[in-house]
Ligand binder design. Structure first.
Ligand code: SF4
Length: 362
């Protein structure tokens, strides 16, 4: 039984230049109808009410107005009884005091804030309009109501971004009273504004150096790396994201959301108007045991703790070595993987080149 649920809110206040996610500009009428459609989606999917994590992402959930946020939380109330981690993604621009208090009242105890950078030129280039002070104030306001578990996202590999600019962003982020930092390497998506403008990726060597610099600075400042691009203060690793990396089942609610249940993955249609009209039949993909074994390795090796042999055996009733001994040994010999406490882990080098490591497991 899945113990995690993701709920997608596709509306945003402004569209970021790098974004290729499923989202659209905020519209009051459309978002009202969307909330009604979510109700129908929940009634059809009937998720368990015994969830451990609940995650509202987007889009930008806080682009909804306060009364709509309240309606959303009301809708999700039956599912939050046993939730331990309740996360909402927010943007600084739309995080007003009344929305913060509404989230707190609803039991939200973790915030994922899209900051991306503190550098005004880079923010402008990405079509983000907040300033550093807005971030500081938003964090203070969240802490005032008792929401202390705050994660921020940072992007590296932006055009014109130098190593010095990246270092400054990392130091500024690490100095904030937050618990978690997620890093994203910029990829230029064809249908994003950057893609249409013909922006190209930065030199991959510099991008690799930026990643190394992030590990060095964040570890030094007390944020331990627990996953390829996730860093946390002790005790604040993302419970929800770990469900994905442990390859557990999860529900996906909302237009464009995905879920995984009972050896099947499903994708909700990405047509907003059809979704609102109630055309919400997901497309299902049945995962073969071979697919699932590979995906479990792929997700597990992202974690610094690695893939648990016991978890693999529990999932498939066969030993890891019976399936992947050769792939494992080749990578151990190359120095990309190692074994520790019945886990298979990537070395620092292996983590950098995880896609190459995984080729042996295909
Ligand atoms: S990056 Fe996030 S906030 Fe920006 S447009 Fe995309 S979904 Fe919206």
């Amino acid at each position: 039984m899945a113990q995690s649920m993701y709920v997608h809110i596709p509306f945003c206040d402004a569209i970021c230049a790098y974004c290729d996610f499923f989202r659209c500009g905020y519209h009051r009428g459309l978002s009202d109808q969307y909330l009604e459609a979510l109700k129908l989606d929940l009634a059809k999917q009937q998720p368990s009410t015994d969830l451990k994590t609940l995650y509202i992402g987007g889009g930008t959930p806080t682009s909804l107005q306060s009364d709509q946020l309240e309606a959303l939380f009301q809708l999700l109330k039956p599912y939050r009884q046993s939730v331990e981690e309740y996360t909402v993604e927010v943007n600084v621009e739309s995080l007003h005091a009344n929305k913060i208090s509404c989230m707190h009242t609803a039991g939200v105890n973790r915030i994922s804030m899209g900051v991306q950078s503190f550098h005004p030129d880079l923010l402008h280039m990405m079509n983000r309009c907040h300033r550093t002070n807005d971030v500081v104030n938003a964090i203070q306001d969240l802490k005032k109501v008792g929401i202390h578990n705050i994660s921020i996202d940072l992007i590296y590999g932006l055009p014109t971004q130098t190593m010095a600019m990246w270092e400054a962003d990392l130091l500024q982020a690490a100095a904030l009273p937050i618990t978690h930092i997620s890093l994203y390497a910029l990829t230029i998506e064809e249908h994003s504004a950057f893609g249409r403008m013909g922006v190209t990726n930065i030199d991959p060597t510099l991008e690799g150096e930026m990643y190394d610099k992030a590990i060095q600075i964040l570890e030094n400042k007390g944020f331990h790396q627990y996953e390829i691009s996730s860093f946390a203060r002790s005790g604040y690793e993302s419970m929800h994201n770990k469900q994905y990396w442990y390859y557990h089942d999860f529900y996906g609610i909302g237009c464009g959301a995905s879920g995984k249940l009972d050896h099947q993955r499903y994708d909700m249609p990405k047509n907003l108007h059809a979704y609102i009209k109630g055309e919400q039949e997901p497309s299902w993909i049945t995962l073969s045991q071979k697919d699932e074994m590979f995906e479990m390795v792929m997700m597990g090796l992202r974690l610094k703790e690695g893939l648990s042999y016991q978890a693999f055996e529990d999932a498939f009733h066969v030993s890891f070595d019976d399936v992947f001994k050769q792939a494992k040994e080749i990578n151990i010999k190359k120095g990309e993987l190692y074994e520790c406490h019945r886990h298979l882990r990537a070395t620092d080098h292996g983590l950098h080149f995880l896609n190459d490591v995984l080729l042996e497991f295909l």
